[in-house]
Design a protein around this ligand. Structure first.
Ligand SMILES: Cc1cc2nc3c(=O)[nH]c(=O)nc-3n(C[C@H](O)[C@H](O)[C@H](O)COP(=O)(O)OP(=O)(O)OC[C@H]3O[C@@H](n4cnc5c(N)ncnc54)[C@H](O)[C@@H]3O)c2cc1C
Length: 510
C-alpha cells in the first residue's frame, strides 16, 4: 500500500479546514488536506463573516476579495415577517426594512468601526470557500479533494490515517505527527474518539432549498436579510443570497406539496418561474464537544461546536479555532514549544465555541425560526470583535482578574490603532503569524532582549501617545504579542532582559 508522510493531516476542506491549510502554510508546516467532496461548497450556507474573522482574513490578504465576492449580498440586512413576500414588502415601509430595523445594532457597528481595521462582511460560503481554496492552490498547498478519511489510529509518536481516493478507489496510508479534524457537524473523527458532548443535540429537521427566481425588481431598495414565514401551512425562512435571482428557503417540516409550489406561495407570485438549484437537509443543532484534543488529534469548527445559524458564528468560530491552533502546532513542530502549549488550544477555544453554540440555541424561537428579540438583545455582541479573553498558561495574567478589552491586557486581542493618516496600516498588521514585541522606547535594551528570544520580532513605536494611552503603557513598557494577535505579557525595562526569553518559554510551555 502507498504510504505518504507529512507533519499534519487536515481532515475536511470546508471553511475551517481550508483556513487551517492557509495558516499551516504561513507557518511553513507541511500538511496534507483531505476532503471527500470534489469541490468546495456549492451551497451558500454562512452569509456573514464577523469583524474579528475579517481581521484574520486581512492578515491572510483575503479581506478585500471576500468583501468584493459578497458585494451583491451586502445591502441585505434586517428581518421581515409575514405570510408572503410581495404582500409584506408592499405593507412594510421601506424605512423600516433593512438597516433601520436594527438601530441599536447599527449604532454598535459604527462604534466597532473605530476598534477594528475591518468590519463585518456579507459573503456566502460558496463564494468564501472558493476564494480561500484559490489562495491555497496559488500557494501550491497539498489539497486532496475527492479523498475520504476511512480510518485512523494514533500512538505516542504519530497518527496514521487510511484514505480512499474516490476517483481511483485506491486506498492508501498517510502518517503524520498531528491531525486536525475539521470534518463538520457529523464529525467521524469526533465520534470515533468518543468525545463526550453537551448541548441540546439536534431538534429540528430543515431543508435548505437553493433556488433561482428573478426578484430583483421586487426587492430593489427594500433589501432584507431574512423573511420569516410561519403559517399553518408553511414554516421556514427565506434568505437573500444576491438580492436579485439567487435565494434560499429553509423549510421546516416535510411537505406534501412540490417545492416550487411552496416557494411561489412564500413569495406570493403564483406563476413565478422558479428553478431549484440544489437542496440540502440540515438539522437545528447545538452540540458542544467537551474535549478538543485527544493526544495528537485536534477537532475544530463544526466538529467541535455545532450551532444553529442564528448567531451567525459557526464559520467564524471555526476560522478562529484554527488560527489559535496553527501557530501552536508550528511552534511545537519547530521544537520551540512544549506539548503543554497544545493543551491551551482546548483551554482557550472550548469555552468560546461553547458560548456561541449555547447562544445560537437561545436565539432559536419555539417554531425553530430566529427569535428577533434575541437578535436585538445580542446583536452588538454578535457583530464580533473578540470580547472574550484567554485564561491559560499561554498568557501571563492573574488567574482571577476580569478582562479589560482593547487595552493591551494579556489574554486579550491587541488593540487596533491606525499607523498612518491614510488609514491603511493597523497595529494588527504587525503580527503576520509571528511573536512580536511592541516597545515604546529603550530599543537597545529590547533589541538585546529579542536576540535572546528566538522568533520574536521587535516593533519600535517611539513614545506614541495614542498607543500608550490606548494600552495604558509607559515609555519603559513593551507588549509581547502572540502570533494569533493575543497579548501574551506586559514587560518593563526594570526587569532583566532575560525576562523576555523566560516569558516566551513560559508562554510556550517549553
Ligand atoms: C443556513 C445556514 C446559515 C449559516 N449562517 C452562518 C453565518 O452567517 N455565519 C457563520 O459564521 N456560520 C453560519 N453557518 C454555519 C456554517 O455554515 C458552518 O459553521 C461552517 O460550514 C462550518 O465549517 P466547517 O469547515 O467546520 O465544517 P463543514 O463546512 O461542514 O466542512 C466539513 C468538511 O469535512 C468534509 N468531511 C467530512 N467527513 C470527511 C471524511 N471522512 N473525509 C474527508 N472529508 C470529510 C465534508 O465533506 C466537509 O466539506 C450557517 C449554516 C447554515 C446551514
Amino acid at each position: 500500500m502507498k504510504q505518504d508522510s507529512t507533519q499534519v493531516i487536515i481532515v475536511g476542506g470546508g471553511i475551517t479546514g481550508l483556513t487551517a491549510a492557509l495558516y499551516l502554510g504561513q507557518q511553513g508546516v507541511s500538511f496534507i488536506l483531505i476532503e471527500k467532496h470534489r469541490g468546495t461548497s456549492i451551497h451558500p450556507r454562512a452569509r456573514t463573516i464577523d469583524t474579528r474573522t475579517m481581521e484574520l482574513y486581512r492578515g491572510l490578504g483575503l479581506s478585500e476579495a471576500l468583501r468584493e465576492g459578497g458585494k451583491a449580498l451586502a445591502p441585505a440586512w434586517g428581518i421581515l415577517r409575514g405570510t408572503n413576500l410581495v404582500e409584506t414588502l408592499a405593507t412594510t415601509q421601506s424605512d423600516v426594512i433593512g438597516k433601520a430595523n436594527f438601530p441599536k445594532t447599527f449604532a454598535a457597528m459604527k462604534a466597532l468601526a473605530e476598534k477594528s481595521p475591518e468590519s463585518v462582511c456579507r459573503c456566502t460560503q460558496d463564494i468564501s470557500e472558493a476564494i480561500i481554496y484559490a489562495r491555497a492552490v496559488q500557494h501550491g498547498l497539498d489539497l486532496r479533494f475527492n479523498h475520504e478519511l476511512q480510518a485512523f489510529q494514533q500512538d505516542t509518536d504519530r497518527v496514521e490515517v487510511l484514505v480512499k481516493n474516490r476517483e481511483t478507489e485506491e486506498v492508501y496510508a498517510i502518517h503524520a505527527q498531528y491531525m486536525i479534524a475539521a470534518d463538520g457537524a457529523n464529525s467521524f473523527v469526533r465520534k470515533q474518539l468518543d468525545i463526550p458532548c453537551t448541548g441540546h443535540g439536534a431538534w429540528m429537521d430543515l431543508l435548505n432549498i437553493y433556488f433561482e427566481a428573478d426578484l430583483g425588481a421586487l426587492v430593489k431598495g427594500r433589501e432584507f436579510s431574512q423573511f420569516l414565514v410561519d403559517t399553518p401551512e408553511i414554516t421556514g425562512f427565506l434568505l437573500a443570497i444576491n438580492n436579485t435571482d439567487r435565494w434560499t428557503f429553509h423549510l421546516h417540516r416535510p411537505k406534501e406539496q412540490a417545492i416550487e409550489e411552496i416557494l411561489r406561495k412564500v413569495i406570493g407570485i403564483p406563476d413565478l418561474k422558479v428553478t431549484v438549484l440544489s437542496t440540502l437537509p440540515w438539522q437545528l443543532t447545538v452540540r458542544i464537544a467537551a474535549q478538543l484534543r485527544v493526544n495528537r488529534i485536534f477537532i475544530a469548527g463544526d466538529a467541535a461546536h455545532t450551532m444553529t445559524p442564528y448567531a451567525g458564528k459557526g464559520a467564524s468560530a471555526g476560522v478562529q479555532d484554527v488560527h489559535n491552533l496553527a501557530w501552536k502546532l508550528a511552534a511545537v513542530l519547530r521544537h520551540q514549544a512544549g506539548d503543554a502549549l497544545l493543551d491551551t488550544y482546548q483551554t482557550e477555544r472550548q469555552p468560546v465555541g461553547a458560548f456561541y453554540a449555547n447562544l445560537s440555541g437561545e436565539m432559536a424561537g419555539r417554531n425553530g425560526l430566529i427569535d428577533e428579540s434575541k437578535l436585538l438583545q445580542y446583536g452588538e455582541k454578535l457583530l464580533g470583535l473578540p470580547d472574550y479573553g484567554y485564561q491559560s498558561t499561554a498568557v501571563v495574567r492573574p488567574s482571577d482578574a476580569a478582562f479589560n478589552f482593547f487595552k493591551g491586557e494579556p489574554g486579550t486581542c491587541i488593540p487596533h490603532m491606525w499607523l498612518d493618516e491614510a488609514r491603511t496600516q493597523s497595529t494588527l498588521d504587525w503580527i503576520k503569524g509571528q511573536f512580536v514585541l511592541v516597545a515604546n522606547g529603550h530599543f537597545e535594551y529590547w533589541d538585546s532582549a529579542c536576540k535572546m528570544a528566538p522568533g520574536v520580532r521587535l516593533v519600535r513605536l517611539p513614545a506614541n501617545e495614542e498607543w500608550m494611552s490606548l494600552t495604558q503603557t509607559t515609555p519603559t513598557d513593551a507588549l509581547l504579542i502572540r502570533p494569533d494577535d493575543f497579548v501574551a505579557a506586559r514587560l518593563n525595562i526594570l526587569q532583566p532582559y532575560q525576562q523576555l526569553s523566560a516569558t516566551l518559554l513560559k508562554v510556550c510551555g517549553a
